[in-house]
Write a protein that binds this ligand. Structure first.
Ligand SMILES: Cn1cc(CCO)c2c3c(c(-c4ccccc4Cl)cc21)C(=O)NC3=O
Length: 283
């Protein structure tokens, strides 16, 4: 009988979302539940190759990580006609690499750092590290909600009753590895700290903090980031240009996140409690 394809049987392909070394991602509607998903289709990796390890890493990581509001949710993965498919939550706002074209406000930059720090705190709490945090792997999801649901006050007439909540989510778990016996597959060198490139894996959690720091610095207009050379080394010696459109305290926080000494960088947990990111009413 003609070989049936789960992809075409179960999904309607709306449009291509993008290409990468990872393969191609598509926006799809599931014919049964009517929901929209992002499905990545990639060539079946050669057995025993690094690509196979990366592909398996990704599915294992999603299985362990389950569900978190700041990690892109995984639904299913399967293999057919020499391709691998992974079905993930669709985030409707693009990735931060598209959002980078316009410099973000201080509030927005703090939200990105705070929300991704919550996602990293969750990943790190499972003894895992992401190792490829960068604008292209952070997806934006905007959802309308009535002010009642979101707990904000409304001024009565219903259409102003809607508020738009912006959520940032960590995606692409292809480089995730365990902290204790890591098989490090390096991510994008523009966002990696020096210690990883000299194969010092003693502070892997803090490598994600470094990458989040440079991601935020770039979103704040500090980029484009070098892949190598003198500027690459200068940044890793702790020289981050001051971003004048942001407060001194936010600039200092970014500097601490990309500190040359990983032990001087704040943990994901510390970031979620940072007075700079979520100023608590003074007690
Ligand atoms: C290129 N591209 C664009 C998007 C939509 C952003 O508004 C996208 C998504 C994903 C992925 C993705 C990344 C890595 C692995 C698997 C997937 Cl489905 C890629 C995506 C993903 O997992 N969820 C997405 O929304």
């Amino acid at each position: 009988e003609i070989s049936t394809s789960r992809y075409t049987e179960e999904f309607f392909e709306v449009c291509k979302l993008g290409d990468g070394e990872f393969g191609s991602a598509y926006k799809c509607v599931n014919r049964l539940d009517g929901c929209v998903y992002a499905i990545k289709k990639s060539k079946m990796p050669i057995a025993g190759s690094q690509y196979e390890r990366t592909a398996l890493n990704e599915v294992y990581a999603h299985a362990v990580l389950g569900q978190h509001r700041h990690v892109v949710r995984y639904y299913s993965a399967w293999a057919e006609d020499d391709h691998m498919y992974i079905q993930n939550e669709f985030c409707n706002g693009g990735s931060l690499s598209e959002a980078m074209k316009i410099p973000v406000s201080e509030h927005c930059l703090k939200q990105i750092i705070l929300q991704i720090a919550h996602g990293l705190k969750y990943i790190h709490s499972k003894g895992l590290v992401h190792l490829d945090i960068k604008p292209g792997n952070i997806f934006v999801h905007r959802e309308e909600s009535t002010s009642v649901e979101s707990g904000t006050e409304s001024c009565g007439d219903d259409d102003s009753d809607m508020v738009t909540l912006v959520k940032y989510k960590i995606g692409d778990l292809g480089h995730v590895t365990k902290v204790n016996n890591p098989k490090v597959e390096e991510g994008d060198c523009r966002y990696l700290p020096k210690e990883i490139l000299i194969e010092n894996f003693s502070h892997l959690y803090k490598a994600d903090i470094f990458s989040l720091g440079l991601t935020a610095f770039e979103m704040g207009g500090g980029g484009p980031l070098p892949k190598n050379g003198d500027l690459w080394h200068s940044i890793r010696e702790g020289n981050l240009t001051f971003l004048p459109q942001y407060s001194i305290e936010l600039n200092q926080l970014l500097k601490s996140m990309v500190h040359a000494d990983p032990e001087c960088r704040p943990s994901a947990f510390a970031l979620t409690k940072s007075q700079v990111l979520c100023p608590q009413a003074t007690k």
